[in-house]
Design a protein around this ligand. Structure first.
Ligand code: FES
Ligand SMILES: [Fe+2]
Length: 463
């Protein structure tokens, strides 16, 4: 009981500190961001078998990946009629096709003749033709050509439409659900779209500047969970994020009645160092930001902090200058929170969209052939002026290769996380207790995730 009270008080102190940092800044973030969300989730530990067992992996394939709404890609990758992309997870293979009316349809990527994968993605298709024996469908999924028709007296062309997955779009992302009986995407997302709308976040105004598929030797949840908490910051990110973004400047939110999403909020340009004069501390935060994100300005004194100025003001100035120089985009009217701070939502089961420009990221995790391997797709979404630039090509990065050369400074943070993955997986496989334990507040999003995961995977009979 006393312990619960201490936990509650510590959490409140954390919230108060964070609000003080916002107040200190003098600019106002979107109203919904100021409000913390918390639910005392009774999921203090889970079995390590969730990460290591082949049987659990197979249950996920059957009861999670085949049943849930999930991100399949970035919609602007297939802008024109006949453009197609693929999405694969577990034994689900989706072929998503832009229609003549610019809506999307998603098909199971498996030929109705003898099962061949129909397409690996393409631009400007007129029809969908299986490369094996030429069975051909229209973009709308109706059977168009059945070669050697006389030889298939048992098949009726009218009944040979390609089976569909449910498909939808949210914030520029393509979402699919293989289960035709699943409730619609809008029901699944709950109040998430409204939260984004109230905050004025709209990722459809961005373009995909980078796309990496990083291969990881760990369970997909091991990889994802490193991005659902920042307790590891002081041990893993001491040289990158922590000096100017300590855990005290981040908040973890879960919302009562919302099983499918949660949120992190972080404030840029604050330090926890004691002892310095305020101005020196502010300068240190600016110097750290420059060293990390704008090393070309290292010798410039253009962003020195004068008495009474704050690091956040200077970081905003640097950000405005960089976006103007690098992308020809003028951010000067943008709310400072949306410009330099960061919000990282996680949408169950595997999707993390970041709405602000502090870290303009999106990523999603998938198992890759079993419980011990996964991939993480990372995209960078940047604003643009005028015509939308074409989406970047996807680059596959092997398990031992860094992402920094492709993603830039943010990739360095990612690489710090990646360095741990295989080691965590090995440790889980060697666990003597067979359980992992979650913090009440800092790992509340892990508790929230696992509670929802259990409703799909554990609390159902064999399918
Ligand atoms: S398997 Fe597709 S046409 Fe034969
Ligand atoms: Fe990390």
């Amino acid at each position: 009981m006393a312990q619960a009270k201490t936990t509650r008080l510590s959490r409140q102190k954390h919230y108060d500190n964070l609000q003080a940092m916002f107040r200190h800044d003098g600019t106002v973030p979107p109203a919904g961001v100021l409000e913390p969300g918390f639910e005392d989730i009774d999921c203090a530990s889970v079995p390590t078998s969730r990460y290591t067992s082949q049987e659990y992996h197979e249950r996920e394939v059957a009861n999670l990946w085949r049943k849930v709404w999930q991100v399949a890609g970035w919609a602007a990758d297939i802008p024109e009629p006949g453009d197609a992309m693929t999405y694969d997870v577990g034994d689900v293979a989706a072929l998503i096709v832009r229609q003549p009316d610019l809506s999307l349809k998603a098909y199971h990527n498996s030929c109705l003749h003898r099962g061949m994968r129909i397409c690996d993605g393409a631009r400007g298709l007129k029809s969908l033709r299986c490369p094996f024996h030429g069975f051909t469908w229209g973009l709308g999924g109706q059977m168009k050509t059945l070669p050697e028709k006389w030889d298939f007296p048992q098949l009726d062309e009218a009944e040979l439409a390609l089976p569909q997955l449910q498909v939808g779009e949210w914030q520029g992302y393509v979402m699919v659900n293989p289960d035709p009986a699943a409730p619609p995407l809008a029901d699944y997302l709950g109040t998430l779209p409204a939260q984004w709308q109230d905050a004025g976040w709209d990722l459809t105004t961005r373009f995909k500047a980078v796309h990496v598929t990083k291969q990881i030797r760990a369970n997909w949840k091991v990889a994802q969970e490193a991005f659902l908490e920042f307790l590891h910051g002081n041990f893993v990110h001491t040289n990158s994020i922590v000096p100017a973004a300590p855990a005290e400047a981040m908040r973890q939110d879960v919302f009562v009645g919302e099983p499918h999403f949660a949120r992190g909020v972080g404030i840029a340009g604050v330090l926890t160092g004691e002892g310095d004069t305020v101005q020196a501390r502010e300068q240190k935060a600016v110097d750290h930001f420059i060293a990390y994100y704008a090393p070309e300005l290292a010798d410039s004194h253009a962003f020195d902090v004068a008495p009474g100025e704050t690091a956040r003001e200077k970081i905003a100035e640097i950000t405005i200058q960089k976006f103007r120089q690098d992308y020809g985009v003028d951010l000067s009217d943008l709310n400072r929170f949306d410009m330099i701070d960061y919000v990282w939502y996680n949408v169950f089961p595997n999707f993390m969209p970041w709405p602000t420009l502090g870290y303009p990221l999106g990523y999603w995790f998938r198992p890759d052939g079993g419980p011990s391997n996964c991939t993480m797709d990372v995209i960078l979404l940047l604003p643009f002026e005028g015509e939308r630039p074409p989406s970047a090509e996807r680059v596959v990065v092997g398990p031992d290769e860094p992402t920094e050369p492709i993603i830039g400074a943010i990739g360095r943070i990612l690489d710090e996380d990646m360095a741990n993955m295989e080691r965590i997986q090995k440790g889980l496989e060697a666990s003597a207790t067979g359980t992992v334990n979650f913090a009440s507040y800092n790992e509340v999003r892990l508790r929230h995730f696992h509670r929802t995961l259990a409703t799909y995977v554990d609390d159902v009979g064999e399918s």
